[in-house]
Write a protein that binds this ligand. Sequence first.
Ligand code: CTP
Length: 408
Amino acid sequence: MEPITLLQNKKIILGVTGSIACYKAIDLASKLTQAGALVDVIMSDAAQRFVTPLAFRSVTGRPVFSSMWDLDEHVRHVGLGETADLLLIAPATANTLAKLAHGIADNLLTVTALAARCPVSVAPAMDGGMFEHPATRANLLTLRDRGVTVLGPAEGRMASGLTGRGRMLEPADLLAHVRLALAKNGPLAGMKVVVSTGPTREAMDPVRFISNRSTGKQGLAVAQAALDAGAQVTLVAGPIHAPIPYGAHTLHVETTQQMADAVLEAIKDADALFMVAAVADFRPGKTSEHKIKKTETDEWGLAIGLEVTLDILSAVKERRERTGFPRVSLGFAAETHDAFEYGRQKLLRKGLNFIAVNDVLEPDAGFGVDTNRVVLLSSAGVVEEMPLLSKTAVAERLVHHVAKALGR
Ligand code: CTP
């Protein structure tokens, strides 16, 4: 995966309180730092019984704070709380959550939390029945009402050996949350975006199908770029085996008809549609309920009779002419020859604002690889001829052009 530059120079205060999950907070501090963030760690006394400040200092390269009685630190952290982009407390114990809910400020972290003017997120971690206790429940409700984001906790095995709800979310999930939280003011903030990705499948019988080589990489990159730009993203995904970007509302589909139904429902009030999916254009003329046996070839014949599937973008075009939604629509053109001319024709035929044309026979573009070479066209002509780029970078460029078309 590419390094996340989104957190470049973002100021994050990581509050660490006394739980065995402190060891995971070291990994989290490391991941945030590697993503470009400036991470200032504040540890409670109890946290220092589990891990040392040196561990955090080693991964962040910055001083770690803990004492409220060093006047310089105290003043600095009240200031830091005012200028930080995010205060994340992970792990957050039941005790610290109770203090936050009641405005108690008896250590450097709780003082900083009271002074903070930035968004606050907490990742609870606690054992036994503590999370289920009415006191903890009420405290979390109070914090939520005040705009604090509560992340997790997850269910699983806890330090006591009991199984239940109380495990801190994994560092990778917390990093994904931070990425999402910091995207809130991006160019697509408040916009609804629909992205389709992956192939579709058309069954011959319960075990065989027609599909194509799409792995969904480009569409997933577009969904991530739209999330990073602050959009609310609905992802309509055909069968793919890659991780879904955190924060996307995902609808899993299999056939072209299912993808059409999901896309047409999702675009009802959408600002933009990115139709990145490699939709199966053909399906078997008939489908068997049971696995077709070799001995049955007389009945089924060895030739598969195909019929053409519904063209989703043509249905979108018709919907858009009636309702005005989606406000902007972008398609892809996967071509193997005369890419530019076919792309131009598809743009007009499918009523698109933009079409991203790529030659899928080039070895470093198209299906399965991490790079792509795309020419973006609008009805006015070439918008941008991109060099060979990572699919992530292509996605960011496409999102930029669509945001511009939406007046952002
Ligand atoms: N598309 C669609 N519905 C289909 C097929 C494709 O909405 N049944 C969309 C794709 O998601 C893409 C665009 O149309 O955004 C162009 O897809 P492409 O496969 O390049 O073109 P086709 O319309 O299938 O035309 P052809 O196979 O003749 O190249």
